[in-house]
Design a protein around this ligand. Sequence first.
Ligand code: NAP
Length: 276
Amino acid sequence: MNPIFQKTRRLSNGVEMPILGYGVWLTEEKQAAESVRTAIEVGYRAIDTAEVYFNEAGVGEGIRNSGIPRDQLFVTTKVHNDSQGYDNCLRAFDISMKKLGMDYADLYLIHWPMRSTYVETWRALIRLYEEKRVRAIGVSNFHPHHIENIVKDSGVWPMVDQIEMHPRLVQPAVHDFCDAHDIAVTAYCPLMHGNLDLPLLADLGAKYGKSAAQVVLRWHIQHGNIIIPKTLKRERMISNAEILDFELTAEEMAAIDGLSNGTRYTDDPDNFPWDA
Ligand SMILES: NC(=O)c1ccc[n+]([C@@H]2O[C@H](COP(=O)([O-])OP(=O)(O)OC[C@H]3O[C@@H](n4cnc5c(N)ncnc54)[C@H](OP(=O)(O)O)[C@@H]3O)[C@@H](O)[C@H]2O)c1
């Protein structure tokens, strides 16, 4: 088996999180059951879902059908915006676990920093962590000022910040802040949501005998990011993991960083339309 599937990042509480996971955004429930089972068969041991992907039941089914014991897998889910607030979040967690068919999550995240509720939602995540219903807690789409607010309120730092990050959106300020506070950065939309057609990536791919996707995923892991690429295709599940056998130079890393132009495939955490 490809050794990357055993590689982990130690979170600040000592929990080991695989550096390569499998994402299931925009995968409908039935398809999720099939693709998650295939991803696990290929070797993936971490799955990234969310309440709002409406496929947690499919993810749970795929996991059960894989035959791999639950304790050898790392399952992340997220509380969505309408379910935030202390009591609402505790209820939403129970529903997510029921859909997944599990009694614990490895990682539970606040999906977006809903202005009026994210601070109290964080208190609910702390409770779930203290009750050992989740092995780690974190946030998603949080900028440093959001993180500072939850820490000011609770004294508890998130273990992970899952943010949009790729060559078109490098976000060094968020990354540096997370590094300084031992918060593991998970890069979502790591493959620019499939928009990989950039000459520099093709040139580097030609140099190393790799695809543009492999060059980008290698760039992520050299930046220390956890990655959760999504594909429905088995052959891409395999090739997206074949990134340990080459190394980008410092100049090449900087050149890819230089592609950043602020492109987002989702929303800006400081200005997103559903934050009433
Ligand atoms: N926290 C958040 O707010 C948030 C937001 C967005 C995403 N996420 C998470 O991050 C995961 C990944 O992000 P994403 O799904 O938006 O995008 P992504 O992983 O950046 O890209 C997925 C797209 O790239 C294509 N692709 C995958 N491997 C490829 C390869 N080797 N060559 C060419 N194309 C390839 C896939 O198409 P095929 O299926 O046809 O291969 C798919 O269209 C999500 O599934 C989700 O778990 C989190």
